[in-house]
Ligand binder design. Structure first.
Ligand code: AMP
Length: 191
């Protein structure tokens, strides 16, 4: 079984690359951002709650996010493995994920961090915002706040996974196919 975390700032290419890795290694792709957006679309209570944070570019509270993620994993008992995209984003989430996976006799194989400059990421996100309809991609102040959330709450996870020898940095700049090849080279060593 192979369980990957795709790590990186908003716009780093996690969703795009997850789509390739999912096919290549037959994994279940779980994006907490997509799950929240589905809840918002379906007008659930969780969606209403999540939206109030997402609209500002703030993180949704840990326990809400962790519960949603655990439910999603539990709904895929036959999975050959998972790609976690946009989760964990805080140390509390990482600890909860480790504990939860352990309880299922599973573990994280590796955390793949896609790296690119902030200015390049802002450009990518504003461009995505033209077609995605995502209001959090259409306003530079919200984008910068998402980076701030990342820097303060998510970036420390690098140390968390490095301490477990599970952190791999991948250059996230270039053609999509080149970046996929860089990721595959790392994943193939984890198998
Ligand atoms: P994303 O699609 O991954 O860029 O996520 C969009 C938004 O959803 C984020 O800016 C957060 O408000 C929320 N979100 C997604 N994943 C998480 C998470 N793991 N923890 C907290 N909030 C999250």
């Amino acid at each position: 079984m192979i369980n990957l975390i795709l790590f990186g700032k908003p716009g780093a290419g996690k969703g795009t690359q997850a789509a390739f890795l999912k096919k290549r290694y037959e994994l279940v792709h779980i994006s907490t951002g997509d799950l929240f957006r589905n809840h918002i679309q379906n007008k659930t209570d969780l969606g209403t709650l999540a939206q109030s944070y997402m609209d500002k570019g703030d993180l949704v509270p840990d326990q809400v996010t962790i519960n949603m993620l655990e439910q999603e994993v539990a709904q895929n008992p036959a999975a050959k493995g998972f790609i976690f995209d946009g989760f964990p984003r805080t140390t509390a989430q990482a600890q909860a994920l480790d504990g939860f996976l352990r309880s299922l006799n599973m573990q994280i194989s590796g955390t793949l961090a896609l790296e690119a400059d902030d200015d390049l990421l802002v450009g990518r996100l504003l461009k995505r915002g033209e077609t995605s309809g995502r209001t959090d991609d259409q306003d530079e102040a919200k984008i910068r706040n998402r980076f701030e959330e990342y820097n303060t709450k998510t970036a420390p996870l690098k140390d968390y996974y490095q301490a477990q020898n599970k952190f791999f940095t991948i250059d996230g700049v270039g053609e999509i196919s080149e970046i996929t090849a860089r990721l595959e080279a790392v994943v193939d060593q984890l198998k």
